[in-house]
Ligand binder design. Structure first.
Ligand code: FAD
Length: 522
């Protein structure tokens, strides 16, 4: 049981597989290559397609790309990437074209005092994000979060990316195999060979025999061949909380190739779900994700075509055939069992709202890379920690996603009414909603230092959706600040917005320049 962990085998070459391979190899292979004591092998079937969606990331992706040694210029050029500075929501509150933004940058002076209290007290009718966040003007104006002289991965306003998922997996594959020393085997896994201890000893393939290893990472997609099929670890269904289980997706050319590129994912609520609209430099990715229990696929397609009609003329949209993707919202009862860890769709998937999937891949892979057990003896305790930590993260993601629906006032369909039923809301969210009526979310929301969604994200969604927190004059958290301080906060935020408007290039202008010249760090 105390054998060293030195050969890692990853099953699956989608975004999860390649990202995981690159993160682990960057941490371990590069230093140890000369000793040849460590290996990462990725097996990928040539005839099982990857999911090929997943076009929005969190800002964490900048750090991940930097860590694996990728140049941002190359990434942007090769993955058709653009800058994502948050999500812009439409029709979520009342269903009548109402809007709000969830920017990636936390409110101005957020460390000093809780801006939500001062916003509520002094300017409750103004838009929350616009009042407190300088990034609001960048989102509204399709502007870039930096300029051509800003160093790679640095920023004036926090950002992640929109990208072409197919190109991204290929880009990571090239980098992982040519720079990081990952071995790539194109072969189909047909069975699992178990050792007497119950660990996986090797994976049997259809063309290359048995591939053995010390730790097996299941990135085989939603079927979860190792953790699910082999070990029988169940998917814990979450469709009683988050109902969406089907998506229709298309890729749409811009009618004008010089059309502005949006700085945010546009999320437009529909009667039984919502439509995403993601702007890449060369095309848009558009999809309707919905609950098949609340609307038929045919009706969903009608709604999506209606939406597409607002983006491009009929001669372009009429020939589009949406791709249907079904998924079962949920996550595994545990993610690491014996010597097998699931990462990506095999670990679980809920829905694309707030793009929480790839960021979890980054987090799972980062944990495995940084806390990699040196030998088999210590693996079970590390696995236990891993399972505890990420089960908790999944619960808090579910609470945050459900929040978007639970505070909606939409009355137009059963879907929205069902989202407001207490029985469909986790107890933890119900308790927080009751508390937030009296106390605005604040730094203590975080259970872990690396929680995915900071308290500022809860504020943007709550107050964007018109949620009301009563301001108590005795609220201790605001006592050390005055109305002068609040006035300064709003004035400085507005001044910074104006400055951004004047100084930042449009997304398209900057991306064109990056493609042509690369970032020009002074
Ligand atoms: C509608 C939708 C929208 C989404 N939008 C977002 C988003 O905006 N942001 C975000 O972060 N995430 C999003 N996601 C999630 C994101 O798409 C996935 O997290 C990401 O694509 C990773 O998938 P994967 O690599 O786990 O699985 P897959 O892409 O399915 O890859 C599975 C791999 O396993 C291999 N494989 C399977 N069986 C075998 C076998 N027997 N032998 C060998 N190899 C095998 C396949 O060949 C493939 O390489 C979205 C998901 C959906 C469904």
């Amino acid at each position: 049981m105390s054998s060293p962990i030195k050969d890692i085998v990853i099953l699956g070459g989608g975004t999860a597989g390649w990202l995981t391979a690159a993160v682990i190899a960057a941490e371990h292979c590069v230093q140890q290559r000369s000793e040849k004591s460590f290996s990462v092998t990725l097996l990928e079937s040539p005839d099982v397609p990857t999911l090929g969606v997943g076009e929005g990331t969190w800002p964490s992706m900048r750090n991940t790309l930097k860590k694996i040694g990728v140049r941002e210029t190359d990434f942007i050029r090769e993955c058709d990437a653009s800058f994502k500075q948050g999500t812009f929501f439409k029709s979520w509150r009342c269903g009548a074209g109402d809007t709000y933004a969830h920017p990636f940058t936390i409110p101005h002076r957020y460390q000093e005092a809780n801006p939500a209290l001062w916003w509520r007290e002094t300017r409750p009718d103004a838009d929350f994000a616009e009042s407190v966040c300088p990034q609001a003007s960048l989102l509204a104006g399709d502007l870039a979060p930096k300029d051509i002289t800003t160093p790679e991965y640095a920023f004036n306003a926090n950002y992640g990316y929109h990208l072409d998922a197919g190109k991204f997996a290929g880009f990571l594959r090239k980098h992982a195999t040519t720079v990081l020393g990952v071995r790539h085997l194109s072969t189909r896994v047909i069975s699992v060979n178990a050792s007497p201890t119950g660990d996986i000893a090797s994976l049997e393939t259809d063309s290359l025999g048995a591939i053995s290893g010390d730790l097996f990472i299941d990135c085989s997609g939603s079927r979860a061949l190792l953790l699910g099929d082999h070990y029988g670890i169940d998917l814990v269904a979450q469709d009683h909380i988050l109902f969406n289980d089907t998506a229709l997706a298309v890729q749409l050319d811009y009618p004008d190739p010089q059309a502005p590129i949006a700085s945010a994912t546009l999320a437009t609520a529909q009667s039984a779900g919502w439509i995403w609209n993601i702007g890449l430099p060369t095309r848009r990715g558009v999809g309707y994700v919905f609950s098949s229990h609340h609307v038929s696929v045919d009706h969903a397609e009608i709604a999506m075509r209606d939406y597409l009609g607002s983006l491009a003329p009929a001669e372009i949209t009429k020939n589009l055939s949406p791709r249907q993707i079904n998924f079962q919202p949920g996550y595994r009862a545990k993610f690491w069992h014996k010597n097998c860890v699931a990462i990506g769709m095999s670990a679980g998937f809920i829905e694309p709202l707030e793009a929480s999937a790839l960021v979890l891949v980054e987090k799972f892979a980062g944990f495995v890379a940084e806390e990699l057990p040196s030998n088999r003896t210590v693996m079970d305790v590390i696995a236990k920690r891993f399972n505890r930590k990420f089960s908790q993260q999944w619960s808090s993601i579910i609470d945050f996603l459900k929040l978007h629906y639970a505070v909606s006032e939409r009355q137009d369909s059963q879907y929205w009414k069902d989202h407001r039923l207490r029985t469909t809301q986790p107890e933890s969210l119900r308790e927080n909603l009751a508390r937030w009526r009296h106390q605005a979310p604040w730094h203590h929301e975080a259970v872990n230092v690396d929680d995915l969604f900071p308290s500022a994200s809860f504020q943007y969604v709550l107050y964007g959706m018109g949620f009301s927190t009563a301001v108590a004059s005795t609220d201790r958290r605001s006592q050390n600040k005055s109305t002068d301080w609040a006035g300064r906060l709003f004035a400085e935020s507005a001044a910074q917005q104006a400055k951004f408007q004047q100084s930042m290039p449009s997304n398209r202008a900057l991306l064109d320049k990056v493609v042509e010249y690369g970032f020009q760090t002074l």
